[in-house]
Design a protein around this ligand. Sequence first.
Ligand code: MG
Length: 242
Amino acid sequence: MNRLLSSSLLCLTVLALTTASGLAAPEGETSPPKVEPRVVDPGPPPADAIVLFDGKDLSQWKSDRKGGPVKWDIQDGVAIVNRTGGISTKQEFGDCQLHIEWAAPAEVKGTGQGRGNSGIFLQSRYELQVLDSYNNKTYFDGQAGAIYKQYAPLVNVSRKPGEWQVYDVIYHAPRFDETGNLLKPARFTVLQNGVLVQDNVEVKGPTSSPVPKYKPHPLKQSLALQDHNTPVRYRNIWIREL
Ligand code: MG
C-alpha cells in the first residue's frame, strides 16, 4: 500500500470513528456552528436577547404568590424587592445565557445571610446566590456568587453595598430520560463583575437542605428571583436561549 493511500484510509477511519462516537457535539451542549454564524448586533443587550426587565415594567413576570401581577416597586428604572414574594418569568427557559444586574441595600442592616439576601433561581430550582458579601462573613457556599450550599465562588469580587454588580451566567439545563433518570446534571458558569466565580460546575440537585436530589422536570422552566425580605434592587435583565 503506498503512503498516500494508507494515510487516506487512516483519515477515513478516524472520520468514521469520530462520527460514530458522536464526539462532535455532546447532547445538551453548544457546539461551533457548521454554517456561517448568524450576525448578531452585540448591543447591549444583544439583538437576539429576550429583555426581561428594561426598567419600565415587570409585565413579563408573575408573582410567586398565587401567580398574580408582580408587586415589586419600580423606581428610576430599577425593580426593588419589597416583601411581596418572589417573582418568576411567564416564559420558560432551558439552556441560556443570562445577564442580570443587582445591588444590595446601601444602608447596611443585619449580618451574614440577613444582609442583602436574594437569589436567582434558574428553572425555579437551582440558586445562584445574591448577598451583600462585602466584609460580611457567612458560610463560604452561601455568599454572593455561590451556587447556594453547593459551590462557593472561586473568589469574592463583591462591590460595596449599594453599588451595582453584574452576573453573566451560562447555564445548561439537566437532562432526564423518559423514566425520569438523570442523564446529565445542570451546569453553571458565572462571571461576577466580569470575573469568573463558577467554572462550569455540575449542580448536585435543586437548592434545598440538607441533601439536594434531582427530580425530573421539563426542559424549560421559569427563571425566578427570590424575595428574602431585604430590599435588593435589580435592573437590566436579559436572556439568550442557547
Ligand atoms: Mg438567597
